[in-house]
Ligand binder design. Sequence first.
Ligand code: NAD
Length: 260
Amino acid sequence: MLKGKTALVTGSTSGIGLGIATSLAAQGANIVLNGFGDVESPKAAIAAMGVKVAYHGADMSKPAEIEDMMKFAAAQFGQVDILVNNAGIQHVAKIENFPVERWDAVIAINLSSAFHATRLALPAMQAANGGKGWGRIINVASVHGLVGSAEKSAYVAAKHGIVGLTKVTALENATTGVTCNAICPGWVLTPLVQKQVDAKAAAGGISNEQATQLLLGEKEPSMQFTTPEELGALAVFFCSSAGNNVRGVAWNMDGGWAAQ
Ligand code: NAD
């Protein structure tokens, strides 16, 4: 379905980003990976699916590096047809104790990076398809783009912000073939959430299993994690022709979290 298209997924060396990149590659899209840590195994796994894969290590808190990554992607594959703004970090503390440097980092990586990648990707998307435009921008927000939780001020502010950015991007391109939508997961068991399970286990002197049940029980009525594969399937839907007129939605996949 996506053969010949190029998808750039930020923060795709692990977790949700890697899940979405894998789902898009399964549909034939060439992939530009980004993120820190082990790069070679995700790169090899995607290449084994028979698509082209490249990697750029831009630090998404740095606009100049984002610009370099977008130029690199265009030079490698012609242009970016699908942009998935996924890179994100978390920091948990009460507002009065929240380190200013952590606030700035969360806003830069979880929100401003999406603005920069979007503004740089849009011109080529708008010019595609003989000037009628074709493009898909998918912002990985969170259920925290829809509701709040204590001790997550920067994260909740950034995620509400990216839901707003999604709506404006969708509206400004509403008469073109460029769509923009957000995905709002509840708990997904990735390194980002494992850290929160570990902190709960340590704080309560309880097992990892008990901490996991506690974490899910506080927020997620289904008592189950959403998987990167399920989120990847939603991203594929947004990229399909059935998604042509889905514009500016914030679609939660959260086990009922936001329904409460
Ligand atoms: P993760 O820690 O597994 O992956 C984060 C990715 O972002 C990694 O590839 C990491 O290298 C990359 N990254 C971090 N800082 C970066 C930077 N400065 N520049 C470039 N890359 C950077 O986390 P995840 O859970 O897969 O999170 C992915 C996205 O999904 C985030 O935006 C997160 O807020 C969102 N999300 C996660 C959950 C969850 O429960 N895990 C729920 C809702 C939303």
